[in-house]
Design a protein around this ligand. Sequence first.
Ligand code: SAM
Length: 275
Amino acid sequence: MPESFDAHWLHQRADADAAARAERPYRALAAWAGGAAAPLRCVDLGCGLGANAAWLAPRLPGPQHWLLVDHDPALLAQAGRRTLSDATGAPAAAQTRRTDLTGDLAALTHDTHLITAAALLDLASSAWIDRLVAACHSNGAAAMFALTYDGHFASETPDAPEEYLVREAFNKDQRRDKGFGTALGPDAALYTARAFRAVGYRIRLGRSPWRLGPASADLQRALVDGKAQAARNAASDNRLAIDCWVHRRHEAIDAGTAHLRVGHLDLFAAPPGSP
Ligand SMILES: C[S@@+](CC[C@H](N)C(=O)[O-])C[C@H]1O[C@@H](n2cnc3c(N)ncnc32)[C@H](O)[C@@H]1O
């Protein structure tokens, strides 16, 4: 079964995602796109509310055609109501498609120049990522995979023993099957980079952490509760430590002193032979 994501959560994280994106991979993407075909055909896998396409479209030159793909019809309906704009401010063409990404990836991405996703790779298994890389390669497509969780999160008191336990348990839960087979979780971005390199792609990786402070209290509360729930699922014998961590985090958030850094990686892969 594919994992479900709440629209409210995706709204909540959108600003932090936009602020976090690493610079280097997008410079490489823009340089590649400058020499790519027009209109540029792009597919956003696991598009959710369409935030990734909405962020990328104005950073790509020239006319574009976007295909936004998700299994969740409610998220897809909201994504379809967005207007995407290219770098000139002109509307970019976009359509949505309801599909389970574990199906025929080659058909879904056929004739595409840019294959992208945000906050998706960590849900996927090595076998699925191998198929994704093969689909990119057979199209000669570039790939931009943003905001893949890298296994690190830390508050302003990262050496607290409960935080270590919560992180370990959360990272264990990250490897649970989310519909793609056993998930790579924190290893997904580097696994993907190696798989692209093996077929001749040039890779640009950049860190894209959320750096959340007191102004992001609501997002921090949601993250703390979400991470704790996942950690309890993975390590039920550590419930006391997890509850203690939650209590301390909520205290700090309520006092306006809480900071939380959540690590991600952004990856751009340029196809072999591209300038
Ligand atoms: C963490 S959310 C990211 C959404 C969006 N890319 C963003 O950055 O806000 C993961 C998305 O992948 C979608 N998804 C997960 N498994 C899927 C599957 N097997 N097939 C299609 N979509 C899937 C979810 O519905 C969700 O919209």
